[in-house]
Ligand binder design. Sequence first.
Ligand SMILES: Cc1cc2nc3c(=O)[nH]c(=O)nc-3n(C[C@H](O)[C@H](O)[C@H](O)COP(=O)(O)O)c2cc1C
Length: 141
Amino acid sequence: MTSDLDDLQGLGFVLYRSTARAGLDGSAMQDILRTARHRNQSLGLTGCLHHEDGLFFQWLEGPADGLRKVVASLMDDDRHCDFEILDQGALDHRRFQDWRMRFSDRDRASLMDWFARSDSSTVHRGDYAGGVVAFMMGLDL
Ligand SMILES: Cc1cc2nc3c(=O)[nH]c(=O)nc-3n(C[C@H](O)[C@H](O)[C@H](O)COP(=O)(O)O)c2cc1C
């Protein structure tokens, strides 16, 4: 269930969407992932980042304190804009236990194609956030 990160204790998650800065290239992407994985390891965070058609979708999970720190950094990061939280709240168990930050992009898998192919048995009508997580969890990289 969605709840504010400020009130959260224990394990939580954040799912957001943002717009990548124009001209962000492969080496900038590698920089982002290097920093992300390093810091996530020290804060005990795991998750998945998907990049497609100039958009980022990221699921971050872990201790609430660490999540709050990284979300504050993300909102201040000019490598992306239009930061919009799709869902956030408490979590019973991690979805990406083994990933300091899993990464995928359109070359590997397309979220838009996945949505276009999905029917009501995989994505509940209107549950955009649920669809994004289901896509990420189904990635076979
Ligand atoms: C799309 C995107 C995803 C990012 N993912 C993470 C992440 O998972 N963990 C993280 O610590 N930083 C991530 N970063 C980098 C942070 O925005 C920030 O630069 C970094 O955590 C250092 O924060 P600081 O400058 O406040 O110390 C990401 C940046 C972008 C643009």
